[in-house]
Ligand binder design. Structure first.
Ligand code: UDP
Length: 239
């Protein structure tokens, strides 16, 4: 029997926090986006493709994608130390791998596409919010993508699976083994582009968590597509 019967913010177990998604927020960038769920906000800025230096890092077959994720010092109440950390390096890498599964830079040999993700405000789930913002910013920059990517974190609090975990929920059963499962899916084939697991879970529960995440990602995708459509129609109006 689970002790966790009702969520602190009153959401249903499979309910995503309110989403806000917008592209083109930084006019001087090649692509940009903001993705917000509840108290978590991610900003992504894309620069490129441009020639990669130093030259020995270039790939003559295709361009490379480079992701940098960081949380702003004041994004959480106890302040984050500025600069890279093991955590930010890990999140940058997994985000890069997730996005690389859909981005096609074969037309841009010897180049780099840089994706900068910043978290000005964090209430858990920042890596998945970052992936959502980055995918939108890449599309906004016109980078060829085979599919879109949408991400969500599913958690297990006590024995209950919940979607889009917030920080209070994440902390609730810490020590007794709260489980956090960030995941990302491609929009058409529904391939898993990211799956991380921090904590313990049975195989059956993991399968259920993935299914819940997949359904929740449809909501994320809707918001991403809506935001991209809006910016397109704005562009047409301006022409
Ligand atoms: N967090 C924090 N200080 C840190 C790192 C994280 O307060 O140095 C908080 C922040 O709200 C973050 C949450 O802990 O969203 C969960 O962090 P985690 O490493 O699980 O990654 P995330 O869920 O953000 O992808």
């Amino acid at each position: 029997m689970s002790l966790y019967k009702e969520r602190f913010d009153g959401r249903a177990f499979d309910e995503v926090r309110p989403i806000r998604a917008e592209v083109g927020i930084i006019p001087s960038a090649d692509g940009s986006a903001v993705f917000e769920t509840g108290g978590t906000r991610a900003i992504a800025v894309v620069r490129g493709p441009r020639t990669l230096h130093p030259q020995h890092m270039q790939n003559p077959q295709k361009g490379i994608l480079r992701v940098s994720y960081g949380m702003m010092p004041f994004s959480v109440w106890d302040r984050i130390r500025p600069g890279p950390s093991r955590r930010s390096e890990e999140i940058s890498k997994v985000t890069e791998w997730a996005l690389s599964s859909v981005v096609d830079l074969s037309e841009f040999p010897n180049t780099v596409v840089d994706v900068f993700i910043q978290i000005p405000q964090a209430d858990a789930g920042t890596r998945v919010a970052g992936i959502n913002a980055a995918a939108m910013a890449l599309a906004d920059a016109g980078i060829p993508m085979r599919e879109m990517i949408s991400a969500i974190a599913v958690g297990k609090v006590d024995k209950t699976l919940i979607v889009d975990v917030n920080k209070m929920e994440e902390d609730f059963s810490e020590g007794e083994g709260s489980t956090d499962i960030p995941m990302a899916f491609t929009s058409r084939r529904k391939n898993i582009a990211l799956l991380q697991l921090d904590g313990k879970i049975s195989t059956d529960e993991l399968k259920k968590a993935i299914e819940m995440g997949k359904v929740a990602c449809e909501k994320v995708l809707e918001a991403q597509v809506e935001a991209l459509k809006k910016s397109k129609s704005k562009g047409i109006e301006n022409e």
